[in-house]
Design a protein around this ligand. Structure first.
Ligand code: AMP
Ligand code: GLY
Length: 423
């Protein structure tokens, strides 16, 4: 069969590698893809928000399954457009992708169905938000309602900071229309865990857990990024916690979406905080995490096409998800300056080191093929990933592999997976 993947980052590279392993797949296309994906797929120069172009390409090339990676096209309704063109698509329809696309929607859903999350209020009027803050306990968390490249969340320690935050989000529109509405919520403490799941509208199957490192600098300092590294599984996500989450968070979420007439088909990625009062939902995402996919998918034993088709067809109940009994660590190699200003276009050396090395992967996030060779083309450049029998071994392997790669302005965190030592 023929598969088209929509997206062009490390997550889509990890998805493409999983798809390439399926004996059912003859041909993979990716729009727009990147230099790494081009090694295993035919990259097509169409941007992820060009829905009609993607639909035309998929029809013309008789694509059997389209897989959508990123949040923006999902929230924008790409799945509906492709389905209306008669295509089979893995990913939630617009009315279900709102689970990630609107924080106010997701918080109201959790409140209505008693799904554990931080206490909150929603505001359309900045004056009311400011008045609410006067009586609120600090620290407090401000969230722009809509998608904001993962940057629309402000943690404020003082009333002054919080007031400035409301101004930035609702008046200065720092995150554009995403800030027309905002959520103000209780600050929670605990360990953060990412749990990715497959859903077919009624059934939910849980993948192996992971942990991300969102801040740019060592010791969780600096600005928030898309993610500087991950490990899987999380030793803090115990069997007991998993049982609790399945019963009180995962199943109720899928059932709630179905009851609301928004059956969710695709990946729900639960951002959880393991608080003293039990696990609570920080956020929902309607897609694989990036770089969570880079550590979870290489450990999945199932044929990803079987699982994705079961999600689309509503037969996920028949699938038994299986993961290898090992661990993986991904260290993101970024461009110095990210998530702020950075330069691009530097030649990357050492990529060939990963060829034919079992258990080592170099997932491309922001790269481009040029006459000079493969060059840097983004803030996050490469997700260097390695497996190991244990988390510690995987971490050692991943850091060893980061030394194989060289490019000007190469930047990484040196403490990815440090938490493993506290487990
Ligand atoms: P989100 O995009 O909602 O996951 O938020 C980004 C990051 O902000 C999360 O990964 C957490 O580290 C932090 N965060 C979000 N909500 C809260 C909260 N209620 N309490 C503490 N930290 C939070
Ligand atoms: N790594 C976090 C995310 O994909 O949202």
């Amino acid at each position: 069969m023929k598969v088209l993947i929509v997206g062009g980052g490390g997550r889509e590279h990890a998805i493409a590698c999983a798809v390439a392993k399926s004996p059912r797949v003859d041909r993979i296309y990716c729009a727009p893809g990147n230099a790494g994906i081009a090694e295993i797929a035919e990259c097509v120069d169409i941007k992820v928000m060009e829905f009609d172009e993607i639909a035309r390409f998929a029809k013309r090339n008789k694509i059997d399954l389209v897989i959508v990676g990123p949040d923006d096209p999902l929230a924008g309704g790409i799945v509906d457009v492709l389905q209306n063109a008669g295509l089979k698509v893995f990913g939630p329809e617009e009315k279900a992708a709102i689970l990630e696309g609107s924080k106010a929607f997701s918080k109201d859903l959790m409140k209505k169905y008693d799904i554990p999350t931080a206490a909150y209020e929603t505001f359309d009027d900045p004056k009311k938000a400011l008045a609410y803050l006067e009586k609120a306990k600090m620290p407090i968390v401000l969230k722009a309602d809509g998608l904001a490249l993962g940057k629309g969340v402000l943690i404020c320690n003082t009333l002054e900071e919080a007031k400035d935050g409301v101004k930035e989000i609702m008046l200065d529109k720092k995150f554009g229309t995403a800030g027309n509405r905002m959520v103000i919520e209780e600050y929670m403490t605990g360990r953060e865990v990412s749990v990715l799941t497959f859903c077919d509208g009624k059934t939910i199957k849980v993948m192996s857990s992971a942990q991300d490192h969102k801040r740019a600098g060592d010791g969780d300092t600096g600005l928030n990024t898309g993610g500087m590294g991950t490990f899987s599984p999380s030793p803090f996500y115990t069997k007991k916690i998993d049982e609790y989450c399945r019963k009180y968070i995962f199943k109720p979420t899928v059932e709630a979406m179905a009851k609301e007439g928004r059956p969710f088909k695709g990946v729900i990625f639960f951002g959880l905080m393991l608080t003293e009062d039990g696990p609570k939902v920080l956020e929902y995402n309607a897609r694989f995490g990036d770089p969570e996919a880079q550590v979870v998918l290489p450990r999945m034993k199932n044929d990803i096409i079987d699982v994705m088709e079961a999600c689309v067809d509503g037969t996920l109940g028949k699938i038994k998800l299986e993961f290898e009994d090992n661990a993986a660590v991904c260290v993101m190699l970024a461009s110095k300056g990210y998530p702020g200003k950075y330069d691009r276009g530097f030649v990357i050396n050492g990529l060939e080191e990963f060829k034919d090395k079992d258990g080592y992967f170099v997932f491309h996030s922001g790269t481009k093929k040029t006459g000079k060779g493969v060059v840097t083309n983004g803030g996050r450049v490469l997700g260097v990933t390695a497996k190991g029998a244990t988390l510690k071994e995987a971490r050692e392997n991943a850091y060893k592999a980061t030394e194989w790669i060289d490019f000007e302005n190469k930047y990484m965190r040196h403490d990815i997976g440090k938490a493993i030592d506290e487990a």
